[in-house]
Structures are given as C-alpha cells and as structure tokens.
Ligand binder design. Sequence first.
Ligand code: LRH
Ligand code: MN
Ligand code: MN
Length: 388
Amino acid sequence: MSTLSPDHFALLERQGIELPSWAFGNSGTRFRVFPTAGTPRDPFEKIADAAEVNRVTGLAPAVALHIPWDKVHDFGALRRHAEDLGVALGTINSNTFQDEDYKFGALTHEDDAIRRKAIDHHLECIDVMDATGSRDLKIWLAEGSNYPGQNDMRARQDRLADSLQRIYDRLSGEQRLVLEYKFFEPSFYHTDVPDWGTSYVQVAALGERAMVCLDTGHHAPGTNIEFIVMQLLRLGKLGSFDFNSRFYADDDLIVGAADPFQLFRILVEVLRGGGFDNPDVVFMLDQCHNIEAKIPGQIRSVLNVQEMTARALLIDADALAAARTANDVLGAQAVFMDAFYTDVRPALAEWRESRGLPADPMAAYAASGYQEKIEADRVGGTQAGWGA
Ligand code: LRH
Ligand code: MN
Ligand code: MN
C-alpha cells in the first residue's frame, strides 16, 4: 500500500478550488427557502465568508460571481476587498433565467430584440470581467421547450451559435468563454445545451478560447462522467468543473457526499489527462446549502476534493500499467481500489499542520468565533439569497 510522497504533497499544495458566491446566500427548494443567521447581505460579505474557507483550508483562493446577483457599484472596490482578504475574483457567471423576457429563450429567442438584450447582458458581464480581472465568462442557459413540436430545435441551435459568436468576439486578451451543459430543467422536453457534445460543437465553432464547463450534477443517472472528463481533456476543451453531488437531479449537494467513488474516478481521469495543476482547467464548486451551515458546507466540499485527489494520486501507475498490459482484469481493479480505499485523512492533517494550517479545518472554523460574530453583526438589511 503506497503512502503520500513529497511529490504528491507538492502537487496538492498547488490545488486551488474556486468557490461560488451564491453558496453563501440563502437557497432552498421550490417549496421553501430557510433563512440562516449570519447570511451575507451583499457581495462584500459573501467574499468575506469565502475568504474564511480559504483561511482554514488554504484551498480556496478565488470566488466566482454571478451577475446580476453580485452586481455592485464599484467592482474595483470589490476586487480590492477580495485581495485584502487574500482571495481573487474568479469566473463571472451570466444569468438569463430570471427575467420575464426570457420565458421562451434568451440567446436562442426568436425575437431579435430579446436575443439582443441577452447578448448585451453577456457583454456587460465582460465589462465586469475587465474590472475584476476575471478570465472566464461562464454561460449556463435555462433554454429549451416542454413539448414536442413547440419549437424548431434546429433554428434555436443556429441562433445560439450566432449569439455565442457575438459574445465571443467581444472577449479580449486571455479572456475565455465556458459553456455549461445540463440535460434538463427548467425545460423538460428539450434543452438547447443538454450535453457535452452540444457544448463542444458550439464552443469548437467559436475558437480556442471557448471551452466546455462540466457540472458534475448535470447528467442523467448512470452517466459515466469520468469518460466525458477523459474525452474533453483529450480534445483540449475542458475549461472548468462545477463540482457538487446529486442523488436524483440537479441537487447541488456537498461534493463527494452522494458518490465518493465517482469523485475519485473523475479525479483519476483529471490526473491522467493533465487536467490537474493546469490553469486551463478551473476547479469550481457549484453548490446550494439549503439546510446545512454554509461556510462549513464549503469547507467540507473543498476538503473532499483534496482528499479524493490525494487518493487518486496514490494509484500505483506501474502496477496498473502492468496489469492492463497483461489483461489482468482483477489485478487492475485491485490496484485501482487499493488507492480508493486508502484513508489519507491523517496524512493530510499532519501535512496541513506542517504548513501552518489547522489539522482539522472544520474544527478550527467552529472554534474561530467567526460564525458567532457574523450572526451578531449581520442583523438588519436583506439577506442575500439564490437570486438576490
Ligand atoms: C444551473 C447552475 C449554473 C448556474 C448555477 C446558479 O443549474 O448549476 O451553473 O450558474 O446553477
Ligand atoms: Mn453549475
Ligand atoms: Mn446546476
């Protein structure tokens, strides 16, 4: 059984996971949103909470924003606030799913005026990127139809290509566009970007700085997600991950909670395909903490990603290659599972301490007094929520 080596730790030290600002706001189901004490009232407070996750884990150096939820008067001030707290502003997420005009589509809409409005929203997001220093514009589209015959799917795909081209043309320098797919919801019959193939086809037509975003919760049950990871890395088109986990649909639960083995398998392919410690492949969380405490929820998730990365690093590559060459089915599987079953938590705790981080970040956060402080301070005002 192998143990983590200095080379493994050197790699783990370079791991950085972007946090979604919306994970710190209130979210819920379509039945009820439960408010939580201490919830941020504005983007500045969301960033302060995200910085806290980074402080106790050393794993979360950037925060993704959602526009217009995180719209502020002065993005330069927000950027300085983040930098003062030791984090950067990361991916800018657009939002075309909460406006009355977009009931029947945004970037795919038949009405040119509405489609223009949706394109303009993305151009505004790129202005925000210019101010925040963000590299990536992430687009997830809530577009599709509910009934066969309702729409001309082909025409919508053509309009989508045209809209994306106009947005892509506005990017400058190192800026990128990442297109996120999701197989259903809110549309139930067809979705305009339902799968990695459609996302790939659309971004491939745009150019080198357009990539696919893979949200781990956006696939049909039973999908071999690690195969998609392998294929996108092979094609050089995996731009980012939205990590979360799911039992049924787009559950947005804590990473690795539903299926730790799937997270392991995904990270094995990330390592195999050169997607780790690679600035072109952004690791991001996309979660909504409906019933659990939000900051500890994010701490748990980034730790789960770190832990599964460590386990994936433990695969004995030589033994696996030899077993594969010999078509030793059980031997190959045994090597793979040995790594998965290795408990790396004590080694990671010790290593954290050696770097001046708490051995147990969950406990360190609980003892820090931060939660009590925000619960006392953040009274009055409106709590931020998923969508506000
Ligand atoms: C869509 C999604 C997407 C959005 C986020 C708020 O299901 O995962 O990434 O930006 O929710
Ligand atoms: Mn997502
Ligand atoms: Mn989602």
